[in-house]
Ligand binder design. Structure first.
Ligand code: BDP
Length: 573
């Protein structure tokens, strides 16, 4: 699957805007059209659009519908319907015919609707969306309030993670066309820093060759059994780097024997190299220290709906504060956002939607779903230079032996698909973690000074040092601190610093960073969280998670001004 674009051989339009919406209060023939309860916006999560609790926390079936007209001039084309993501499960029907379904949210799926689309009258598209999480889904949910005591026990909705389980058609819906004769199906670009570029991929239909053009260079490859492969070299190549996003484009033309252009597509790429050597992560041969945040796709009213304005604002704030990176906690973010990171030079640790996998409940289906979505994520994002590391999961119970074969399988999948990026797993089990041997970088979430040692910054610093020393002694790998921080109410001040105040967040974060920077094997500091975000309801969350450095409406708390100063100086000289 490639990201849809309008080209000289492909048309594209989006089916975003206002759709009809109804809950499936009882089973019925919704697929042939239904009487709406509400109107809903696409893309958006539906939960916070409405005022009624019965809609907001509804996780069972809901239906979306709209009609669209197909322009006659596309009659001879192949027509594809694409959903950039539907959470958690989406099932689509066109003019009453079932197209298929997709689960695990956050990754795209598409259907060839050439034979079903009507050019004479309006087409009715109905989509059933369901957000019921279970022991078989990734992430898991409805574990009957996870008996493991912890900060998420007993919360509503019943998820083993704190962010609100937003649902709906959260990203764009598109229709694109290709020629029926042949079309580009997938493309993988790999590069070396000497400027060598290799392009491989797949073509469907009857094509004879693929022609590639990049700058002044043109090369071609025969299409054999639907695949192609070509290489070329860019002279005086300009590398892609942090806040220096040099990008190139390779134009791909799929042709038949007669040299007729059947499909044209342009794939953007960057040339950069990322690897782990000893205690360092090297970007283009130079050590890079990750400074930034864990983030969420989260904003008032739209929930996890794609919103370009929020994405632009967030990246402006990252630049302002001198951050260089973030982790797509705890699921794949929109492809459009990753493309923006490419264009702006932001480093991304791209995470599978596997948060809080609990081995007390894991079934065979859990691993199957996990492998599937991880594979889909890599396939979607492998050409984006901003993605510099894969994170296969966040905070699983990896202190249990059952986690060992499970994480071995995940690591093997990633390595079989992509050997050009380091792989990490984010643990909360510190030195008790049993699966770090499968990963290149240790990602760890630690909350001294918050969930333990509350209000005791000095002791929290000692605790952090002690934990990190034990972890390094055991794992002997670079450690990235992927979460630490304190809930903070903007405008609450106290001297001496007390939990929840801006002074406490500042003192704790800066204090913990001091320890991290004293330990040579620590390769980065990612604060939890970039901004406040909405959570499930729970006695330890007041109006959401307040560990944001920025407020939910993206204004700085006090700590930001200190981070901006600290991060202005490069960690490695
Ligand atoms: C960590 C989770 C993160 C939570 C955070 C917190 O990885 O999703 O939001 O704790 O409690 O355990 O703030």
């Amino acid at each position: 699957m490639i990201y849809p674009k309008r080209t000289r051989t492909r048309d594209l339009f989006e089916l975003n805007g206002i759709w009809d919406f109804a809950r499936e209060l009882e089973p019925g023939d919704f697929a042939n059209g239904f009487i709406p309860e509400k109107q809903v916006a696409v893309p958006s999560s539906y939960n916070d659009l409405f005022t009624e609790e019965e809609f907001r926390s509804w996780d069972r079936g809901v239906w979306y519908q709209r009609t669209f007209t197909m322009p006659k001039m596309l009659k001879d084309e192949r027509i594809v319907l694409r959903f950039n993501s539907v959470s958690y499960r989406g099932e689509a029907f066109l003019n009453g015919t079932r197209l298929g379904e997709h689960e695990t949210g956050y990754t795209p799926f598409e259907f060839d609707i050439t034979d079903l689309v009507d050019f004479e009258k309006d087409n009715r598209l109905c989509v059933r969306v369901e957000n019921i999480l279970s022991t078989d889904t990734v992430p898991m949910g409805n574990l009957c309030n996870d008996p493991e005591p912890g900060q998420f026990a007993g919360q509503y909705p019943d998820t083993p993670f704190d962010f609100f389980p937003y649902a709906g058609i959260q990203r764009p819906v598109m229709i694109y066309t290709t020629s029926k004769k042949a079309w580009l199906d997938s493309v993988v670009v790999t590069t070396q820093n000497d400027g060598t570029v290799k392009v491989t991929g797949k073509v469907a239909g009857a094509a004879a060759k693929a022609v590639f053009q990049c700058l002044e260079t043109t090369v071609e490859s025969a299409v054999v059994d639907g695949t192609f492969e070509a290489s070329f070299k860019i002279d005086d190549v300009k590398l892609w780097d942090v806040w220096e996003p040099n990008l190139y484009e390779v134009a791909i033309c799929i042709q038949n024997d007669a040299g007729e252009a059947l499909d044209e597509y342009a794939q953007r790429f960057g040339v950069r190299e990322i690897k782990v050597e000893g205690n360092r992560i090297l970007l283009n041969g130079k050590p890079v220290y990750f400074q930034g945040f864990g983030r969420h796709e989260d904003f008032p009213i739209i929930g996890k709906g794609l919103n370009h304005s929020v994405n632009i604002r967030d990246h402006e704030l990252l630049k302002w504060i001198n951050a260089n990176s973030y982790r797509t906690t705890h699921y794949p973010y929109s492809e459009e956002l990753i493309q923006l990171c490419d264009e702006q030079g932001i480093l991304i640790i791209s995470e599978a939607p596997a948060v809080s996998i609990n081995f007390e409940f894991v079934t065979e289906r859990t691993l199957e779903a996990h492998l599937k979505v991880l594979g889909e994520l890599i396939e979607r994002d492998r050409n984006y230079p901003s993605v510099v590391m894969w994170s296969v999961a966040n905070e699983a119970t990896t202190n249990r032996p059952e986690s060992i074969p499970y994480f071995k399988a995940l690591s093997e999948l990633v390595r079989s698909m992509d050997s050009t990026r380091p792989v990490t797993m984010i643990t909360c089990k510190a030195e008790e973690d049993m699966v770090m041997e499968f990963f290149d970088v240790v990602g760890v979430n630690l909350y001294p000074g918050w969930y333990h040692l509350p209000g005791q910054v000095k002791e929290a610093k000692e605790d952090l040092r002690d934990t990190l020393e034990k972890m390094y002694a055991k794992f002997k790998k670079p450690i990235l601190i992927t979460e630490f921080g304190a809930d903070t109410i903007p405008g609450l001040h106290s001297l001496p610093a007390e939990q929840w105040s801006e002074e406490y967040q500042t003192e704790l974060i800066l204090g913990l960073i001091e320890v991290m920077r004293d330990l040579d094997y620590v390769v980065g500091e990612h604060i939890w969280n970039f901004a406040d975000f909405r959570t499930a309801q729970n006695f330890c969350r007041v109006g959401g998670n307040k560990k944001g450095a920025f407020t939910r409406d993206r204004q700085p708390k006090m700590v930001c001004h200190f981070l901006k100063k600290l991060w202005a100086e490069p960690r490695y000289k």
